[in-house]
Ligand binder design. Sequence first.
Ligand SMILES: [Ca+2]
Ligand SMILES: [Ca+2]
Ligand SMILES: [Ca+2]
Length: 310
Amino acid sequence: MRLGWWVLVFILANISSVVASDPGNPDTAYVECGGVSQAVLTIKIMFVTDNSGGDTNEIDGFSFPIYITNSGLAANPALDSTVATTYAGSAAGGFSYLRSYVVPQIDSIVCDTYMTCSPAPSPCSIEVIPQPGCFCQNDTTFCCIDSIKCDTFYRPNPPSAFPLQYNLTALNAPPFESTTIGAGRYLYANLKIHVQDTTTICVDTHSTETVSLFFLKPNNQKYFPQWVSKCCKVVTTDFGYKAGDANCSGGNPNLADIVYLINYIFKGGPRPCIGRLGDANCSGGAPNLADAVYLVNYVFKSGAAPIPCP
Ligand SMILES: [Ca+2]
Ligand SMILES: [Ca+2]
Ligand SMILES: [Ca+2]
């Protein structure tokens, strides 16, 4: 069994086993919808903290496991998971250890071997992992993995199978330590998701027995911020085509769009290229004869222009 990738996952998931309280008021991680441009939806993972006090209370690392769902199959979303894109402009961008990776849904982890942390007394730490495939189970014990049972495997690359479990981790570690993060409101990560049709993408956090959302203080103590999930909608008008441009040819609707719609409505032809572009009268539901008539009136009889529909 190849353990290398899993070692990374579990080391990052268990940066520290010492749980502390959140200094001051509770910190919060949340999601912002950043709009759609060039058929790319931007979702921002944000956080706000009131921590201050440099090496005592400020933030020195992050474990951000998130769960992304997609409502529209035709959107065929694909996530840009490159580190450069993910952490562009991030408050953690200067940290030495930045990772973004898709993880399978883990059904269970089977620990064959348990090892006592050494040197005693504990706590366990990533500096003294006894062998590849082990992680800190708690303050006194390493779990060394025998096998992992997964219900569902996701292809790490490209990450286009939704729902997606996605982990974003950043660690400010020697020898290239950056400054810790004190009080303020910050961008943590960008999710750039290529979409081909209208949809709703939701971002939540997730946790397993080995992975959870936490912030890390410089003394390797972790604490758990609050989390607020959010959904971001991609609507027809985000794609830059004019209403009624059922075949996505660009420009104003014309005869070709009427023919395209007639083919769709009466002959089982392909559906309008994006969301509700074929719903020329914006009546809701699938395009029908009324939309074709509406387009005929617009194209040939100076009728009203098709109505932009979300
Ligand atoms: Ca705080
Ligand atoms: Ca057209
Ligand atoms: Ca209609």
